[in-house]
Structures are given as C-alpha cells and as structure tokens.
Design a protein around this ligand. Structure first.
Ligand SMILES: NC(=O)c1ccc[n+]([C@@H]2O[C@H](COP(=O)([O-])OP(=O)(O)OC[C@H]3O[C@@H](n4cnc5c(N)ncnc54)[C@H](O)[C@@H]3O)[C@@H](O)[C@H]2O)c1
Length: 425
C-alpha cells in the first residue's frame, strides 16, 4: 500500500495529480451551496468530533466536498470507491495531499483491488459507514465481522443498496441501523431523475459522439432514473422507447408520451440501449441476437449485471476497443454490437457523474444523516430508516434559498383549514 510523504495511508494513482484535483473540487464546491452552509455549521459546532467514518462512494469532486465537510465537522474519514471505474484519480490525490483524508481508489482497478480497497477502508475501524450500493455493510457481514461491534450506524446512497439492506434487515442479519438517504425526497426526485438523466446522456455522448436526434433510444426501466433519462433523451430529439416489468410504471410511461413495448420488440428497433433497472440480464442473448448492426448498449444501473456480458462474449467471434470506453463485439453473422464502459454505470465511467448542483442535495442529506446518527443511533433498531422529514424539508428549503427562490407559507387560517376534517362544507 502506497504511503504519501505526509504518512497518510492510501492507494491512489498518483499524488502528482493533486493540483488538477484541487481545481476540480473547488469548481464543484461553487455549485454546492447547501453543503457549504452545513459545512460552516460543522466547523462551528464540531458535531462529528472524533467519529471514525468509512465511506464507500464514487470518488468524485462532489464526494470530495462531502468528505471535507465531514472532516470539518470533526470526523476522521477514510474513503474507498463504490465502483472500479468511477474514481477521479486527481480528486483522490488532492484529498490525500491537501486534506489528509486517506483514499483507497484507482480508476480502472480490477475486482480484487476493488475489494482490497474496501478492506483498507474498513481497517479504519469505522463507527459510521457510508455506502453507495451496500458493499461496506456486505463486507462487514461476510468477511469483516471484527468491525461490526464498533459501528453505531450507516447511510446508504442508492436504490440498489437500499434494496440489499432491506433484505438484510428482513433476514435479521443487519448489525446496525441504516439511514436510506436514497429515499429522501431531496435525493431520488432530483439526483436519480435529473442527475442520472443528464449525466447518462453525457456518458453515452462523450464516449461515442453519437447523434441522438432521430435515433431510436431504448430506456429499460421507468423508475426515478429511467424517467429522467427518457425525458432527457427526448429533449435531444431521440425517438424514445421504454421497456418495463411494472404495469403502473409502464402505464405512466405511455401517458408521458413514450412508446412502451417488450424488450424482445425494442431490441429489433433500437440504435442506443440504456438499462437502468437495478435488475440483472435485462439485455441478454435473445436480444443481442436481433439487434441492428452497430447497436450501442450501455448501463446506468448500479451493478454491471444488467447487460449479460458473458453471453455477448460467447456470441461474438472477436472484439476490439474502438474508442475509449467503447468495446466493439463482432457477432458471428457479421453484425457489430458496441458495449460502453464495460457495462458499468456509464455516467460515471465515461463522464463525470451527476452535476455538483444536484449532488449538493444528496450530500446535504448524507451529512445531516450522519449528524443525526451520531446523536440518535443508540435509540434506533437494526433496521433501515428514512431520512427524518424535517431534515429532508430543510435541504429543500436551503436549496431554494441558494437559488434565490422564495415560496409562500401557509397562513394560520390555511393551517387550521388543512388540519381540520370538519372544514370545507
Ligand atoms: N447512474 C447513477 O448515477 C445512478 C444514480 C441513482 C441510482 N442508480 C441506480 O439505478 C438503478 C435504478 O434506480 P431507480 O432509482 O430508478 O430505481 P427504481 O426502483 O425507481 O426503478 C427501477 C425500475 O426498473 C424496472 N425494472 C426492473 N426490472 C426490469 C426489467 N427486467 N425490465 C424493465 N424494467 C425493469 C422496475 O419495475 C422499476 O420501475 C439502481 O440500480 C440504482 O441504484 C444509478
């Protein structure tokens, strides 16, 4: 494991990249006004004094600002990546050199190194874990039981992680309470929808330079991310097709004006396919079989299991890298299918993830949830909890203020009216 001159334990690409990382972190900070307010409060009150935190998040400039805010609140933070391809190496370098935060993450690391880095973050002996996909909690339950007793609580950033953690709670194996940050309104309504919507398009376009106008763009999954992606693709002039398994969501997509059909049919039509379901093998052999020559397939869901890559490997006779993050598979009948970003979240693999302005809210929720856990974890059961509503509303209010937008408040008469069942007759 590399050690920097300042003796901060870390495993990063190169400390030499720190200047670029600093500029990137500062740039993101300008758009993270809510987090700035929380950071100022943290500096004043030190609510996290001495609390050891291990965070397994996408190591981006926005995450760096969260880690710095936690550190400024008195926490002792260590960071590892929540995906092998999402790390911004210059950001890691800056966090280590300028902020003394141990980081274990290198963009493009193999699976073995990815899990070694998770282990290194857990060597920090956290009292609080912060996850994006539940890899820290899962590792604690399976391989690092020694760490579990010291942990008072954790947070979870994404839909897939919350699903995994709820399954653990149901089975009674969860060892400490978790706050599901993803379920806050100020998180999934904005981050999943507008953040994933825009940044997924950004990832696809950056690595292919494909023209979306006039293309047939297939979105698999019409959840929070899928809604955002479908609406942004339409905004770029694409003919958007949605596939779903949930009848209500499918109906919503129909009434939002999209074509909805089974993937078996969409597979024949699409030019670009993006999965964003949290499910596995959404695109598989039977679909690759009928895709057009030159089809582009990508994923923006949490894990790289939404596209059946082993099937694609088997069905093709050769492959080559045609551009960065573009793998061209030659099928046995001569067609080409282009897989983007190894099937990993394309917005983080080939672009920079969500814009800072939207991560401002998600990470304000994270910071306030950590503060809440420090105060309240001992009274919470070993279950998955929502972000308290007052914190969620506070983040929305602060965001509006930072945008210079004022809204109305209920008058006392309206409050009384809305609270009463006998009024209105
Ligand atoms: N790329 C990013 O930066 C980013 C950001 C937030 C969330 N995520 C991830 O994206 C995924 C989706 O998140 P979400 O918040 O939209 O979840 P969600 O639960 O709101 O939506 C998922 C949708 O996919 C549908 N679905 C499931 N299996 C399907 C299948 N086989 N075919 C078609 N549709 C199917 C479900 O019915 C549901 O409507 C999760 O893995 C989440 O962790 C990624």
């Amino acid at each position: 494991m590399a050690t920097t001159p300042a003796q901060i334990p870390c495993d990063i690409k190169s400390i030499e990249l720190a200047d670029m990382g600093k500029r990137r972190i500062d740039w993101a900070n300008q758009s993270m006004k809510v987090l700035q307010i929380i950071r100022k409060e943290f500096i004043k009150n030190s609510p996290l004094k001495g609390v050891r935190i291990s965070a397994c998040l996408h190591v981006t400039a926005e995450t760096a600002n969260l880690a710095i805010a936690l550190r400024d609140g008195g926490a002792d933070v260590a960071l590892c990546a929540s995906n092998p391809l999402s790390t911004q190496d210059d950001v890691s370098a800056c966090l280590v050199r300028d902020y003394g935060i141990p980081v274990f993450a290198i963009k493009g690391e193999d699976n073995e190194t990815y899990y070694q880095h998770i282990m290194a973050a857990l060597d920090h002996k956290p009292q609080i874990t912060m996850d994006d996909g539940a890899d820290l909690v899962t590792t604690i339950l399976t391989k690092r039981k020694d760490v579990a007793d010291g942990v008072i609580g954790g947070t979870e950033e994404t839909t897939t992680g919350v699903i995994r953690l709820r399954a653990m709670a149901k089975e009674g194996v969860l060892r400490y309470p978790i706050i599901a940050v993803n379920d806050a309104m100020t998180k999934h309504l904005f981050d999943n929808r507008y953040g994933t919507g825009q940044s997924t398009i950004d990832g696809v376009v950056r690595c292919t330079n494909v023209l979306l106008a006039g293309s047939k763009f297939v979105v698999a999954g019409y959840g929070w991310c899928g809604r955002g992606l479908a609406s942004r693709a339409r905004g770029m002039g694409a003919d958007v097709i949605v596939t779903e398994v949930d009848p209500t969501r499918a109906l919503e997509a129909v009434m939002d004006g999209f074509r909805v059909m089974a993937m078996a049919d969409a597979a024949r039509l699409g030019d670009v396919f993006v999965t964003v379901t949290g499910d596995k093998n959404v695109l598989r052999g039977e679909h690759f079989d009928v895709m057009k020559d030159g089809a582009i397939v990508a994923n923006s869901g949490h894990f790289n299991v939404e596209i059946d890559i082993p099937a694609l490997e088997k069905m093709s006779s050769s492959k080559r890298t045609t551009r960065q993050f573009v793998e061209e598979y030659s099928m046995k009948d001569g067609r080409k299918i282009n897989l983007l970003g190894e099937g990993r979240l394309i917005n983080l693999a080939a672009a920079e993830g969500h814009p800072a302005s939207v991560m401002d809210m998600s990470f304000a929720d994270q910071a306030l949830s950590v503060e809440y856990l420090v105060k309240n974890a001992k009274n919470l059961e070993k279950k998955v909890f929502a972000v308290p509503e007052d914190l969620d509303k506070r983040v929305a209010r602060l965001k509006l203020e930072s945008m210079g937008i004022k809204i109305d408040r209920l008058t006392p008469e309206q409050e009384e009216y809305l609270a009463s069942w006998s009024e209105g007759t």
